[in-house]
Design a protein around this ligand. Structure first.
Ligand SMILES: [Zn+2]
Length: 258
């Protein structure tokens, strides 16, 4: 292998950044071609480094890389987009939650192209909304689930197919169920949901159109997130707990426009 083959450029979103040795970072980067890769950025923490401000969490960069052995090293990096720049406190947490989620799921090369675009779109969208960003995060969870081959029916009862009001989530059947079917099903397999939650689930695919108009209760915020995590766990076998999101739980200033 000559030097030219070992040098290449790669676009990617920084999911994690860990200080390494005296002045370097190890980055975990989601790329459209190779999935999540680890990259060493030598000297990036030095004060005079050209990479200062470029390698922040959830930044979209074009990396100039070279390979030595099994390791990817940064020769240079161009900042394409810093989603943080325009972010409020809540938006920043939601951006970080996206990064944490995709690190946890550790998706391989196969789905990486679609995965990369889902996270990129999410970052663009969530950093631009002033209200109810959590619903944009649910849509990320929903799209991620579908992209991984999981199903989650948000429109009709998963038992009878009717479009009546939902009263519970039925994780084993990958969706929501109506009152009549709930009465006939084993209670311990169901997670009861409120009318508000049922409506939010149904709205989710087009929720971007009504983000400014709706109000989401604290109970719905917590429980819809839990139900999506449970659904991802049911599908992938991976338990999802995101530290970043717990910061949102006890706040009462969530729906204020910054
Ligand atoms: Zn039904």
């Amino acid at each position: 292998m000559d030097n030219r083959q070992r040098d290449f450029q790669l676009e990617g979103i920084i999911l994690d950044r860990i200080p390494y040795k005296e002045s370097s970072f190890i980055l975990k980067v989601l790329t459209p071609r190779k999935g999540v890769i680890s990259i060493i950025a030598q000297g990036a923490r030095k004060e005079n480094s050209k990479l200062q401000g470029v390698l922040d969490l959830m930044n979209l960069c074009n990396f100039d890389l070279y390979r030595s052995g099994e390791l990817f090293n940064v020769r240079g990096a161009e900042l394409l987009k810093s989603y943080h720049l325009t972010c409020s406190w809540e938006q920043t947490i939601l951006l970080h939650a996206g990064a944490e989620l995709y690190l946890k799921l550790a998706m391989g090369e196969q789905e990486s192209e679609a995965t990369f675009h889902i996270l990129k779109k999410y970052s663009e969208y969530v950093s631009g909304v002033s209200k109810n960003g959590i619903a944009v995060f649910w849509r990320l969870l929903y799209r991620t689930l579908l992209n991984e081959g999981g199903a989650f029916n948000l429109q009709t009862c998963v038992v009878c197919g009717c479009a009546k009001e939902f009263v519970a989530c039925y994780p084993r059947k990958h969706g929501l169920i109506c009152g009549l079917c709930a009465k006939r099903s084993e209670k311990e397999l169901l997670i009861p949901i409120s009318r508000e939650m049922g409506n939010l689930f149904r709205l989710l695919p087009t929720i971007g159109n009504v983000l400014e108009e709706i109000t989401i209760s604290m109970e719905a915020r917590k429980r819809i997130t839990e139900i999506f995590f449970l659904q991802i766990e049911e599908h992938s076998g991976r338990k999802i707990i995101l530290k970043s999101l717990s910061q949102l739980d006890d706040s009462d200033s969530l729906n204020e426009v910054p």
